[in-house]
Design a protein around this ligand. Sequence first.
Ligand code: NAD
Length: 667
Amino acid sequence: MEIKNVAVLGSGTMGQGIAEVFAIYGYNVKMEDISDEILNKALKKIKESLVKLEQKGQLFGKTSDDVMSRISTYTTIENAVKDADLVIEAVPENLDLKKKIFAEAEKFVKRETIIASNTSNIRITDIAKDLKYKDRVAGLHFFNPPVLMKLVEVIKAEYTSDEVMEILVDVVKKIGKYPLKVMKDTPGFVVNRINAPESLLFCLYIDHKVATQEEIDAYFKSQGLPMGPYELMDYVGIDVVYDSLEYFAKTLNPCYGKCNTIKELYNNKMLGMKTGKGFYDWSKGRPFIDVKKATDKVSMMDVLALEINEAVKLIEQGIATPEDIENGVKYGMNRPYGPISVAKSFTSMEIKSKLEELASKFNCDVFEPAESIKNGLLRDAIEGRLKVKGVEEKKVKEEAKIKEEKVLSAQQFNTIKVEKYESKVAKIILNRPKYNLISGELLDELEKAIKYLWNDPEVNVIIITGEGNVLSAGADLNEFVGSSFQFLENSRKGERVFQLLSEMPKLTIAVMKGYALGGGFELSLACDLRVGTEDVQIGFPEITLGLVPGWGGSQRLSRIVGLGKAMELIVTGQRITGKEAYSMGILNKLYKNPDEEVMEFAKSIAQNSAPVAVAMAKRLLNKGSQVPIDVGLEMESFAMGVLFSTEDLKEGIMSFLQKKKPEFKGR
Ligand code: NAD
């Protein structure tokens, strides 16, 4: 079904904004409210906003009058909804009122009309409970102001059909917004749920007299937030905050009902900016907060830990994906980062101990760590590897055995990331949109990363993997359409960088997952060891394009699988699976979750094998296979001579005799 006609019920702050957005994008909008007076005020506000957009050239060539002509107003639901394809309810946040409006709308709409609520927090399933056709009801949660905010949460209630979800996601994209798919109905959905524990914390800070509101606001402003938390609550409205906390107390956790200060303000009608008084006195305008008064009794880490915790709970419950949560918080709160990217800098242990500290200090189990954080699976959760809901505890514990490694430092390039771990393992992660295709820029950055790690005494083993589920589907063919000279240069660059990689004095391991095709396969072959999944697709499709593997693949493959098999794979362009590659000796190990399991493998080599001996062994094997055996044997004796003088040899022998674990220094 194509949406053309939209009815918006309620023309307050949100209703008028939603009506304006749909009209800008060419939809016919019928706006309804309880009186013409209210509707006329709404029309006036919409016109003012459109004029501003028109002056900035943001109406796609239309005039504000063109857009206004698409909006008509009504004082009865019947007239507003009867030919609507989509009805959006934006009346005050009250379950009984919303249920009444939905029941009324259902009487007059067509069977296929979708009815959506813009509620901030109320479960859509509860609003739809008594309706006849519940499959067409969903949530469509805009953010204030709808014209500017890029996010819309699309909420699947218990009975919402998949088709309705698809239509809504599509319409949200058509009005230029990001649709965050909330796959299970939950109070507060995603963004407001992420916010809920920190609102509770801010209230408890004051109740427990941790510091004064000015001192805490000053601290958060000194950390770069545009508004302190209490100033913000006053701005939003103490009644709105109080109602949300009460709703969460009823539906999520009774701890949300613990806030005494906010209850007092609410009961005394001190509702913040709109009544002139709340946490602050607003009678003379916005309160002045002196950042010099910042307290050290609270910390940004409290808030970050709570956001990460709530994000992980949403992932565990299958409510939204990590990507949607990250984008939702960025777009819904207008921030440059979300909890998922922040979580990457912490270990489960760090977040867990902060949360346990907060839970015990405020005697509040809302702050208790999520299961995955307790079990050391923060990484799995934020990287989307958690078996969502119904994960038996046993399984969680088994997986927790693969301990999280502490990132010592991370470097972000444009197309790759480099992470160094405590265990003397480093990771180079290819990070390009769409299958990590290898571009000229990626090769340049890979070269820099190789040189950066070349002599690093803190690194013994380097893992090369791809962001997401794919190593690399090959070279970026867009770069192959230039001149033949460019083509040659590109080819030489790949050859040079992969050769450099193969000559590194550290052990390298490629993680082959998803696709390792063309250049991605050549990159793997330039590594010393390869691990991967049973179903990874491996191959050299070059021949089918009129090329040959040009980044060392034509030479390296035969050294591993022999001439006959290499010939077959290269001249047919045939793909093989990880399982087949393992039987040919291309893959050293098969793993289910290669990025996790390879860490254990890499760690054991990094810690148990003497680094200089590893570098020597690597050189002997790689170079030795290219020279006559007597030359190779000569090289071997030479290597033994060099190793004889290393401290590591003494350490190795002494440790063996004393039956203790050696501590190699790499010299
Ligand atoms: P608002 O008070 O500004 O507007 C509500 C409008 O509904 C008013 O114009 C009122 O006259 C009208 N109304 C009341 N009873 C009605 C009825 N029976 N029939 C038709 N219209 C009726 O409220 P708002 O801020 O626009 O919020 C509306 C909804 O959107 C709420 O559920 C709220 O939680 C949600 N929301 C608000 C924000 C925000 O920042 N304001 C953001 C996201 C979602």
